[in-house]
Design a binder for this molecule. Structure first.
Ligand SMILES: Cc1ncc(COP(=O)(O)O)c(C=O)c1O
Length: 380
């Protein structure tokens, strides 16, 4: 294998009007959070998600915080969150002085298990945050049924799932609200940035007020509430609009990459488990997540280290929230999330990969697992 190859885990693509629109911001000096690109990006994103409202903000974490404030989460409330997620999902609940209550995942899609939700509901539960982890949508129908039965809101954390479909409907338009991240490694990027989408006009209005320091839109410097400065800049929105003009291309690229992985890893499925795409889902393949099987006879971290030595950057699946200091639950039992977190590896899935790169990654995985098998056979 080539010694000098380096395959990054993520890589943004600026193949359209990004530079042109950014230069327009600089030339017109509309560089802060006023300017035409904010509205244009919000409209394009709302249209893409099939919802009437999209409220931009400075990152996905703020989008979660904004949505929870807009949904009325406050002191003493509980919000059910999958333990297997990125820390921002849980932190946003804390920012509202509320408590994230964790639930286990289901093993196929790695998403919140609908069967594990009701046992976590108490008199204080206000809502559920579902996370479309790594781009695979959650099984929304049973979750929405539970939410209706207990009068709870459903917030979709779609930070990683732009363009994923649940039974033909785009994520972002299924729950009461949804959030997206536009960090540099995401399918659509603005550098840093976030968006909340919703069908609820009153919620959109509340969030717009909260995002802009709480300033009364009809009375300059009059602040009826305590708000935040969560605004996106016109420059970021300019990049976002250009990205949206090519969003179908960005999504197609990732599906193509996933197809190459399926083809090249097909012979290695004793050693690694490939990601599932349920019949009711369209995965957006933000990243390509595999599990290292016990038959591979190698620990996940050693597996990643070996790939790194061959020039392949990877990421471990997130640590479950209940295992980390801010949220530690020594007696918490989340066996599925723990198993996925211990064995999961995220492989590059960005649109600059070629089939040759994917074949190279598959061959590296074969060498790592076959090498371990050979050395353990010698040792016997
Ligand atoms: C599931 C999930 N939620 C929320 C976020 C927060 O987004 P941001 O990094 O834009 O604040 C991320 C970021 O990667 C994420 O993966």
């Amino acid at each position: 294998m080539s010694k000098n190859k380096f395959i990054p885990v993520a890589h943004p693509i600026f193949a359209g009007n990004e530079k042109k629109y950014v230069n327009e911001c600089l030339d017109t000096v509309w560089i802060s959070s006023v300017g035409k690109f904010i509205g244009l990006f919000e409209e394009a994103f709302a249209r893409f998600c099939g919802v009437p409202f999209a409220v931009s903000c400075n990152n996905g974490t703020s989008a979660l915080h904004l949505a929870l404030m807009g949904l009325g989460v406050g002191s003493g409330d509980e919000v059910i969150v999958p333990t297997l997620t990125y820390i921002a999902t849980a932190n946003s609940v804390r920012y509202c002085n509320a408590t994230p209550v964790f639930a286990d995942s289901e093993p196929r899609t790695m998403n919140l298990d609908p069967e594990r939700i009701e046992e976590r509901i108490t008199g204080k539960t206000k809502g559920i945050i579902v996370v479309h982890l790594y781009g695979h949508p959650c099984d929304m129908d049973p979750i929405l049924a539970i939410a209706r039965k207990h009068n709870l809101f459903v917030l979709e954390d779609a930070a990683e799932a732009h363009g994923a479909l649940y039974r033909g409907t785009k994520v972002g338009g299924i729950g009461d609200a949804a959030i997206f991240s536009f960090f540099g490694n995401k399918i659509v990027t603005t550098g840093e940035g976030g968006m909340v989408t919703t069908r609820d006009g009153d919620l959109a209005q509340r969030m717009t007020l909260l995002r802009g320091q709480g300033m009364d839109p009809r009375r300059r410097y009059w602040f009826p509430i305590v708000g935040h400065n969560f605004r996106m800049t016109n420059i970021e929105a300019a990049i976002g609009l250009a990205q949206m003009e090519n969003v179908e291309l960005h999504l197609d690229n990732r599906r193509t990459v996933a197809g190459w992985y399926r083809k090249h890893l097909a012979k290695l499925t004793d050693w690694v488990t490939l990601p599932v795409e349920e019949a009711w889902a369209r995965h957006s393949y933000w990243i390509y997540t595999i599990l290292v099987n016990p038959a591979a006879r190698i620990e996940r971290d050693a597996f990643m280290q070996r790939l790194s030595e061959m020039g392949i950057e990877t990421r471990p699946v997130f640590y479950p929230m209940h295992s980390m200091p801010p949220y530690r639950e020594p007696d918490g039992t989340y066996p599925v999330a723990e198993d996925l977190a211990q064995r999961g590896v995220n492989l590059p899935a960005h649109g600059l990969l070629t089939e040759e790169d994917v074949a190279f990654i598959a061959e590296a995985i074969r060498i790592v697992c076959a090498g371990v098998e050979a050395s353990s056979a010698t040792a016997r």
